[in-house]
Every structure is written in structure tokens, then in C-alpha cells.
Design a protein around this ligand. Structure first.
Ligand code: ZN
Length: 170
């Protein structure tokens, strides 16, 4: 296993629509392990493949941080197939946007469909923090960053920081 480099705000890969994973190969399994190790080393709760410069639809989540009885997991080709009407506002950060935390509105509960690392199709209902992490990481697969979703006023406040990140990202 090895640590991967996390790319930051301004890197073009973060803005791409990531490609579906067609087959779970040894390479995918290794990437999942490396992404989990990289996420843990960086003290993150989630990481999407585009953040390590792989434009494919896979994310990892530190499930152990949400439920002690669980292990960190990879989610392949995840999609949101249902969502609650109610939303909640809470602060978020991102390993690709270091130094910034801002409030983002997310659905309180979602239903997500994905393939696990063994290739089985699974459907989960998630709420609260887990629902938030899923929504944040799935956005990465569509080239969306949480700073795109904050209020225009807050966006103005962090614009200088974002521009600095943009300059050092490439
Ligand atoms: Zn992120």
C-alpha cells in the first residue's frame, strides 16, 4: 500500500465528470486500499478518486468514524436514488480545499446505490453525517466542490483563499 497525492482546488481533474468503473480489477482493489490509507493519514472522513487524480467513480468513507463497529469502505459507481425533502445546514471541509470550512445545505436522508469491492450491488439508506459525506463525495464525481454550494456572501469571503489555492495547485 502507498500514500497517494491529494490534488487541490484549481487542479483540472477535480472539475471532470468521472468515468464509471466497468470492472473491479486488482488495480481498482489496490487503489481503494491506497485511498483509504491516504484518507486516514490526512484525517479525512471521505475521499473521492478524482481527489487523487483518478477520474473514476469510486469513493471511500471512514465508516469507522461514523459507526465504531464498521471498517472504512470503498463505494463503486455510487448514485443517489432517493432523497428526503428536508435538508440541513452544517459546516464542511474538504481535503482538496485545505483551510476552508463553510456551511453547506444537504439532504438529511438519502438512499444510495453502489457496488461494493466484491462487486455486489447494494442499496443503503443514510442520514445525518453519513448522508452528508455521501453527498459531498458524490459531488466530486461530477466535478462539483463544496465551495460551489456555499452562499454568494460566504463565497466572497473565501474567494482570496481559493485564488491562492488555485495558484499553487498545478
Ligand atoms: Zn471533498
Amino acid at each position: 500500500m502507498s500514500l497517494l497525492r491529494i490534488i487541490t482546488y484549481g487542479h483540472p481533474t477535480l472539475r471532470l465528470e468521472a468515468k464509471p468503473v466497468s470492472e473491479i480489477t486488482d488495480e481498482i482493489r489496490l487503489l481503494a486500499k491506497d485511498m483509504i490509507e491516504t484518507m486516514e493519514e490526512a484525517d479525512g472522513i471521505g475521499l473521492a478518486a478524482p481527489q487523487v487524480n483518478k477520474s473514476i467513480r469510486m469513493i471511500v468513507i471512514g465508516m469507522d468514524l461514523i459507526d465504531e463497529s464498521m471498517q472504512p469502505m470503498a463505494f463503486i459507481n455510487p448514485e443517489i436514488v432517493g432523497k428526503s425533502e428536508d435538508t440541513e445546514l452544517q459546516d464542511e471541509g474538504c481535503l482538496s480545499v485545505p483551510g476552508i470550512r463553510e456551511d453547506v445545505v444537504r439532504y438529511k436522508r438519502i438512499k444510495v446505490r453502489f457496488m461494493n469491492i466484491d462487486g455486489e450491488e447494494v442499496e443503503w439508506e443514510a442520514e445525518g453525517l453519513l448522508a452528508r459525506v455521501f453527498q459531498h463525495e458524490l459531488d466530486h464525481l461530477n466535478g462539483v466542490l463544496f465551495t460551489d454550494l456555499i452562499s454568494p456572501f460566504k463565497k466572497q469571503l473565501v474567494e482570496g483563499q481559493l485564488q491562492k489555492l488555485e495558484k499553487i495547485s498545478v
